[in-house]
Design a protein around this ligand. Structure first.
Ligand code: C2O
Ligand code: CU
Ligand code: CU
Length: 564
């Protein structure tokens, strides 16, 4: 399954596989402190499980208080990933009225209205409680002084062995930096914060998840994620006029890969690694579930909530197609029929699947993605199963020809920014260290917590992601939904300037509003966004980062500052 993409763009001849070689050669392994026994030995597999045995859990709806605001806690509880496994300790969200679950209960809010949520960290009663997962002490080692803050810097930026947490509403637009969930403004157990989210402009599939600096990969892995649905009048009208399925036939499908110990506990590599691949497929928190469906249309909100894994999803042999109706930030202009859908971490697809001609069949949702240039020791081919009943169902839903109007943003006069995605060898953790550098070859990687540029509120900018590596980076911007202007093979001229090479094109399901975009090996992807926030009481800094959580935690996250 190894693949190699040769490129003239390779900066220093060190490839990802070279890093793996260094690691495998023992350089890093020797640094593993004695006593840190591997919870899951390298190459060990999770217990084998009967697939499609358990029904798909559907997260409940997050219940509001009488005044319409939400009080939500993060909590540790027991959860069964599969009925043949004992219960495991996980983290999730919820409240008494909604229950606690992982993924957390689904928010359903209306566009145009403010949403207030008081988030409380109840992951322990002890603010100093250590993390549940083993923390590689090398990630905590102080490796120097941060030249922006003057504070000691840990090998994995900001990593701590505690239960700090902060909630980010992924895809939310026009909000204050405070409500965005600043990765440094974390809550320790027993602490709470109230976020006042500005009204969202349109129906969309957002999601909420943890964003604690240096600990995000671990907190999300423990279960801190959930769906956040925004509805708008035009969508409700389409539902009422049977152009979209009734919400009774609509649900989120949160895709996450995990590794489990022999006794069914969550296992995460004890050594810091720049990727994480699991061999157990969870959908809505259950391993390889099945869903009984009627022979009719359903609406699924697909969300890749995995740390590193990409999915290319297909229904059975592909003869049954998806009709994609929405992307990250809202409806597409019209339904897009697709045999397969690729989702990188953080991306969503709002799809209609019509089972009406599949009565009596079992259809497996397959994953055909091959991770670019990395050895996937834990390939996952099957995701879940749909069991289509044979009793005919009444379904009068006819998808409309047009779903939404998406006015294109105008790039004329918009400033262009270039960001290089690259890695270097990090001797501190013995693995690749990913970062986002400036436009010139000589530009050093910048670190988080130092906004590298100011953006005037309500202005339009064009951003260019230049991938100088051989793996996909799903690049995500906070605060905005953008439009994808193009995708090319990245080429350097003799002066080291990046220019578009061969045009690879934008997929039809990438023509709507997006907040996370796939930037493939050695590609240049250009996006355009209007940066508009809501002035809060602090400095209005917003992160942008790769949504591979191991990359984000390392150094592949930076800040822009919105200036009013
Ligand atoms: Cu989904 Cu900065 O996050
Ligand atoms: Cu986000
Ligand atoms: Cu990345």
């Amino acid at each position: 399954m190894k693949k190699h993409t040769p490129s003239r763009l390779r900066r220093n001849g060190i490839t990802r596989r070279d890093f793996l070689k260094v690691t495998a050669a023992g350089g890093a392994a020797l640094l593993l402190p004695a006593g840190l026994t591997s919870q899951l030995a390298h190459g060990a597999s999770s217990p084998s499980l009967t697939k499609f045995k358990d029904p798909l859990p559907i997260p409940g709806i997050m219940q509001a208080d009488a005044d319409g605001s939400f009080a939500v806690a993060m909590k540790e509880f027991r959860h069964r990933f599969h009925s043949d496994l004992p219960e495991a300790t996980v983290w999730g969200y919820g409240n008494e009225a909604s229950g606690y679950s992982t993924p957390g209960p689904t928010f359903v809010v209306n566009s145009g209205t403010r949403t207030q949520v008081t988030w409380t960290n109840n992951l322990s009663t002890d603010p100093a409680a250590p993390h549940y997962l083993p923390i590689d002490p090398r990630t905590l080692a102080v490796i120097g002084i941060n030249h922006h803050t003057g504070q000691p810097e840990t090998a994995v930026h900001g990593a701590t062995n505690n239960r700090k947490a902060v909630v980010h509403l992924h895809g939310a637009q026009g909000i204050t930096a405070f409500a965005d969930g600043d990765p440094e403004q974390t809550l320790l157990p027993t602490e709470a914060a109230t976020y006042d989210y500005a009204p969202q402009p349109r129906a969309a599939t957002l999601w909420y998840h943890d964003h604690a600096l240096g600990n995000t990969r671990l907190n999300v892995y423990m279960g801190l994620a959930g769906a956040f649905i925004v509805r708008d009048p035009s969508e409700l009208q389409m539902i009422a006029s049977q152009q979209l399925p009734d919400p009774a036939y609509e649900m989120p499908l949160v895709l996450q890969d995990r590794r489990l110990t022999a006794t069914g506990k969550l296992a995460y590599s004890t050594r810091f690694n720049d990727t994480f691949m699991g061999d157990v497929m969870l959908v809505n928190g259950k391993a390889w579930p099945h869903l009984d469906v009627q022979p009719r249309k359903y609406r699924f909100r697909l969300l890749n909530g995995s740390n590193t894994r990409n999915y290319t999803l297909q229904l059975g042999d592909g003869s049954l197609m998806f009709q994609q109706i929405g992307s990250d930030g809202g409806f597409l202009a019209q339904p897009v029929p697709l045999m397969s859908i690729t989702l990188t971490p953080g991306e969503r697809a709002d799809v209609i699947v019509d089972f009406s001609n599949s009565g009596g069949q079992n259809i497996v949702l397959m994953n055909h993605h091959i991770m670019a240039n990395m050895t996937d020791e834990y390939p996952i081919h099957e995701v879940m199963q749909f069991r289509v009943g044979s009793i005919p169902a009444i379904d009068n839903v006819t998808l409309p020809a047009a779903l939404a109007t998406i006015p294109p943003l105008d790039p004329t006069n918009a400033p262009q920014r270039y960001f290089k995605l690259e890695d270097e060898f990090d001797p501190n953790v013995g693995d690749a260290k990913w970062h986002i550098a400036g436009p010139r070859l000589s530009d050093p990687p910048e670190m988080f917590e130092h906004p590298t540029h100011d953006i005037r509120n309500d202005s339009i900018e064009v951003w260019n992601w230049v991938n100088k590596s051989d793996m996909i980076h799903p690049m995500h911007l906070h605060l905005v939904q953008f439009q994808v202007l193009g995708r090319w093979k990245a080429r350097e001229d003799s002066k080291g300037n990046i220019i578009p090479g061969r045009n690879i094109g934008v997929d039809p399901n990438e023509t709507g509003w997006k907040d996370t975009v796939r930037v493939g090996p050695f590609e240049l992807v250009r996006v355009i966004a209007r940066f508009k926030g809501e002035l809060g009481s602090g400095t209005e800094n917003f992160p942008f980062h790769c949504h591979v959580l191991e990359h984000e935690d390392h150094e592949m996250m930076r800040l822009f500052r919105l200036v009013y």
